[in-house]
Design a protein around this ligand. Sequence first.
Ligand code: NAD
Length: 370
Amino acid sequence: MATHKLLLLAGDGIGPEVTAEVKRVISWLDAQGIASFAVEEDLVGGCAYDAHGVPVSDAAMERAKAADAILLGAVGGPKWAGVPYEHRPEAGLLRLRKDLSLFANLRPALCYPALADASSLKREVVEGLDILIVRELTGGVYFGEPKTILDLGNGQKRAIDTQVYDTYEIDRIAAVAFELARTRRNKVTSAEKHNVMRSGVLWKDTVTALHAKDYKDVELEHQLADSLAMQLVRWPKQFDVIVTDNLFGDILSDIASMLTGSLGMLPSASLGAVDATTGKRAAMYEPVHGSAPDIAGRGIANPIAMIGSLGMALRYSFGLGDVADKIEAAIAGVLAAGLRTADIRAPGGPIIGTADMGEAIVAELAKQTA
Ligand code: NAD
């Protein structure tokens, strides 16, 4: 059995608390012989700044580059509000994304039946929802130059951000979306605004050309990003994989994530290109939530987003989709049994803590694999 090199970066706040629970799952999978892991740990965020004066050390970066996948908890918190801008905890995350060229951000929105009533939308709109947003993460208006605020000298200022996309950037993110669709319900919806943006015209043309060349077997549709935002809350089950740029993806993935309830439930993945010689792709998996300083240290954080992030690593980095399915089924199982952390509590219902939720998921996994 292949041994998977996993780097754990627990980070700050509730990061270490939810990481402890994912370690419980990793150890169990290892002990059962279901998967084999070589686990290393290092610091990122405020804790790395405290130890090394930087939010991610060069040594941690080397470990990250050598790993098959990185699993990151969360970074940040009020303790580091005053540190120099370039050393703020989030800069550690940004360095990881940049140095590993993690250009594809995957955000699933999965609605567990037991939590359908926690959504702000009607049960029939979200029950059984399973969509995946693929967001371009390293280009577009967040990075394009010029990016500046000019003083016009007449009491006015002018702010400039620049939306730039090259063909190769669109090609590689669209390819990720088509490949993923083939493993799901085989449909890609591409979102841009070709009606008012030149980058939207190139985006649409490039996705269309790639589809015709390599992915004719996948259903492709195009939607304007604003219209897609509306469709996401009207009838989200029409979608399978949605591919879009950095800015629209930022907004659309936040909308999609809230279809399914709490931040504590949402995993994500950021993927790089496949290395032509090794066949490996850099990958970092992390919950969507932050370090939740308001509840840190109290043992009440929901570990499901973190455990779901391990599920994504198993699926997308280790070729263990069957084990990922079991993790998702175990999460669905504990929720169906009525177990809830405080953030997903049913009105007036009982709650359990972080460690109890981790234990319950492992017990459910054991039942499912028995
Ligand atoms: P947050 O996601 O940390 O918290 C928002 C709210 O959701 C809080 O009320 C929190 O208690 C709750 N919450 C979050 N995760 C939860 C979980 N697993 N279980 C139960 N409740 C949960 O966002 P924020 O408060 O805006 O940011 C706090 C810090 O985290 C800031 O320093 C911010 O910069 C940082 N942050 C980091 C990341 C990251 O590491 N990827 C992402 C977002 C924010």
